[in-house]
Design a protein around this ligand. Structure first.
Ligand code: 3HC
Ligand code: NAI
Length: 702
């Protein structure tokens, strides 16, 4: 055996050279790996005793892609293209032994091999688009030659990996094997014994010639894949590069791919997406978490309240295969809650997203009861009853009496003080907030609210539970609205003001959508129901003249067919309503507000800058420990476009100085001192500083 370098080994066994790489955690194709593979391949090719080569990995996966931390820095040779070129040019068969996740550059390396075998649970894909780039090591040119440009464009623009079985059916994988390296060795022996021809993927012309002759199906597939990506650079570049695969010779296609890659990787959109990739992983790390704190196991769960949120949370447990029991007040409410869950699953079955079998299996994990005895034997309780402090305190008092020691007691409250809830128990250390977002079975964000007494163990368990449920957990401090809703409240205030001052809902929504949000704030309000905010405002004694008046007229949004917009006969598309403008004008007159034309720039600044200002306060108060945590909250809980990186990332692009100047102007214009820049933002402006500097080096994962 030869150690090629710190991460690469080469063994020759019975005429087969086995190159293995071990670069934890995910065998990213860092410089040392590229160098190792290249040297090992050259050595194996030059060795007369070697008749075939197997390329595989140790650890938990085949190469999961290029090393993303190297992007934006000068490339150190050899590049991936050189490594792939050497493997592809080998006169001896090269077999990739895939397991785990062969993603991005990992799959591109495998596509440079003559053959690919994979274990049955492996996944392969080109997810580069999710990092704001395109496959830059030949993936857009080789994959279409294997699966056809139509399938390739869907896979590359969508970026979603496929399982080994599907990859085998599409011809990406040549064989499914029980063990990757032994399987690849056996495969190589067969290739030699039967003298299989060495056809390079780049030379497989049949499928691209067919598309060249008739590109209509490709163009339809590209259009469909690009539907939701207007204005986003990477998906469009991906589609263009796949198109090049059948319109240009291979070498020209590769060159064009390289040029597009370089343009994207140095651009702001990709920087933003890479920021979110790392921010998401960082968010689950708690800076002061002592080493050695272990999350408690989650084998059984209870959800109190089977309403909108409780039902969704129960589905999350069932989807993860964790038995969950819903506790409701009456059999009737329980039946209603279970029925709602069933019909939500049924819609997925109808859409073909879930099989009937899977649905039944998931329903099998969900039980319901009105008997609180079930609390005695559970690892976690998530309370999701009405948003009333008295009721929540009563429930936590009851939980305290019934739950075994160590059960995590969590509240899904969206506005209430988690400490006040915890104080209703004799074990506040075991209490946290677990703020899911609606619909809970869909939305990825989970704000974990740390009370003043929440123990490290409770936080670690809540993070672990979030991960089991497929969520992205972000630990936040306890305050009104936590991180996300607290910032959103600033935008909502501006929405109301803008209407009074003369802006139209459709104009404001258009500005927010143009930025990349799936929906504008008024359309969103209509979808969620305007009565929700109205009830909260009444409770708090706060007024919003236009929104209150709409609710007083019974205009609650989509559910009543009218809100900020009209929804004709059950339609979900908003139609602007002149009555709303009349109403806003009348309210403005009552309040002595002069209406005027409001520019797109002003709308933009008033939608986004007050939220950035609140983010600064949140950091000042330590409610979020890192600026990037705030970005994760907005990307996964509120639809902030990932290619815009989140509010703090975006603020850094804008520069704090510009934001501070604008906020001072709007504070004067509106007379709202709350719009005055936060101290932290002013400091950033004065020092030309960045939110980016608010990060914590902590590496201790919970
Ligand atoms: N480069 C550098 N670091 C990476 C990485 C990569 N490609 N992929 C993962 N990591 C790091 C993560 O940041 C994390 O670091 P941390 O422990 O310090 O937080 C660690 O590896 C483990 O990652 P996860 O927590 O995500 O581990 P999981 O087991 O949950 O998921 C995975 C594993 C599915 C491989 C997931 O990490 C993933 O999706 N990675 C990115 C895959 C990808 O996008 N590949 C394409 C890269 S771009 C490319 O190849 C360009 C080429 O075309 C030229
Ligand atoms: P909901 O009104 O749909 O459901 C509440 C359920 O709790 C009802 O089914 C009710 O019967 C049940 N319930 C009431 N008292 C109970 C008791 N003593 N024991 C057992 N069950 C009881 O309310 P929703 O929307 O699901 O909200 C629940 C919680 O989630 C609230 O705290 C809310 O603030 C929070 N939340 C709501 C979000 C939303 O968008 N709806 C988003 C995030 C959090």
């Amino acid at each position: 055996m030869a150690e090629i370098n710190a991460v690469t080994k080469l063994v020759v066994q019975d005429g087969i050279a086995i190159i293995t790489v071990n670069n934890p955690p995910v065998n990213a194709l860092a410089h040392v790996v590229r160098e190792g593979i290249l040297h090992a391949a050259k050595q194996a090719i030059a060795d007369d005793a070697v008749r075939a080569i197997v390329l595989g990995c140790e650890g938990r996966t085949f190469f999961a892609g290029a090393d993303i931390t190297e992007f934006g820095k000068p490339l150190k040779a050899p590049g991936l293209d050189e490594v792939i070129g050497a493997l592809e040019a080998s006169p001896k068969p090269v077999v990739a032994a895939i397991f785990g996740t062969a993603l991005g550059g990992g799959l591109e390396v495998a596509l440079g091999c003559h053959f690919r075998v994979a274990s049955a649970d492996a996944k392969v894909g080109l997810p580069e688009v999710k990092l704001g780039i395109l496959p830059g090591a030949g993936g857009t040119q080789r994959l279409p030659r294997l699966v056809g440009p139509e399938k390739a464009v869907a896979m590359i623009v969508g970026g979603t990996p496929v399982g080994a079985k599907a990859a085998f059916a599409d011809g990406i994988i040549d064989e499914i094997v029980a063990e990757p390296i032994p399987g690849a060795i056996a495969f190589a022996h067969r290739a030699l014994a039967e003298n299989w021809p060495l056809v390079r993927v780049r030379d497989r012309e049949e499928k691209i010639l067919a598309t060249r002759g008739n590109p209509a199906a490709f163009e339809a597939a590209a259009k469909s894949a690009l539907k939701k990506f207007a204005g986003v650079e990477a998906p469009n570049a991906c589609a263009q590069s796949v198109r090049n695969a059948f319109t240009l010779p291979f070498e020209d296609g590769i060159k064009a791919e390289r040029d597009l890659f370089m343009k994207l990787v140095t651009g702001d959109q990709s920087r933003a997406q890479r920021h979110i990739f790392f921010a998401e992983r960082e968010a689950a790390k708690v800076p002061d978490m002592p080493l050695g704190v272990k999350a408690a196991p989650i084998k059984k769960a209870v959800v109190i309240g089977g309403g909108t949120m409780g039902g969704g949370i129960a589905m999350c447990f069932a989807n993860a295969g964790v038995p969950v029991t819903i506790v409701e007040t009456t059999d009737e409410f329980l039946a209603k809650g279970l029925e709602r869950i069933k019909s939500t699953y049924a819609v997925s079955v109808e859409r073909g997203a879930l099989s009937q079998d899977a649905m039944e299996k998931r329903m099998g994990f969900i039980a319901g009861t009105t008997d609180w005895d079930v609390i005695k034997d559970t690892d976690i309780v998530i309370e999701a009853v009405f948003e009333e402090m008295g009721l929540k305190q009563e429930i936590f008092g009851k939980l305290d009496k019934l739950a075994k020691p160590g059960t995590l007691l969590a509240s899904n409250t969206s506005t209430l003080d988690v400490d006040a809830i915890a104080n209703a128990t004799s074990r506040p250390a075991d209490v946290v907030g677990m703020h899911f977002f609606s619909p809970a079975n869909v939305m990825k964000l989970l704000e974990i609210v740390r009370g003043k007494d929440s123990s490290h163990q409770s936080i670690a368990t809540a993070i672990a539970a979030g991960k089991i449920l497929g969520k992205i957990p972000v630990v936040v401090g306890n305050c009104d609205g936590f991180v996300g809703n607290r910032m959103l409240a600033r935008r909502t205030t501006e929405c109301e003001r803008l209407l009074l001052e003369g802006a139209l809902p459709q104009d404001v929504d258009a500005v927010v959508q143009k930025f990349g949000f799936p929906m504008g704030p008024y359309a969103m309000g209509d979808l969620a129901g305007l009565d929700v905010g109205w009830r909260i405002r009444k409770h708090r004694g706060v007024k919003a003249p236009v929104s209150d008046a709409l609710c007083e007229q019974g205009r609650y949004g989509q559910k009543t067919g009218k809100g900020y917009y009209i929804y004709e006969s059950g339609a979900r598309t908003p139609t602007p309503d002149p009555e709303v403008i009349k109403l806003a004008a009348a309210k403005a007159e009552e309040l002595g507000i002069m209406r005027r034309n409001i520019s797109e720039t002003e709308i933009f600044e008033r939608m986004f800058y007050p939220m950035i200002n609140e983010a600064a306060r949140i950091l000042e108060e330590g409610i979020a420990v890192r600026a990037s945590d705030i970005d994760v909250v907005w990307a996964y809980g509120y639809g902030w476009p990932v290619w815009q990186g989140g509010p703090c990332f975006y603020a850094d692009l804008m520069g704090a100085k510009k934001i501070v100047e604008a906020l001072n102007h709007y504070a004067e214009l509106t007379g709202d001192a709350g719009l005055k820049p936060a101290k932290l933002l002013e400091d950033l402006a004065a020092s030309d500083g960045k939110f980016e500097s608010f990060k914590v080096a902590a590496k201790a994962a919970a």
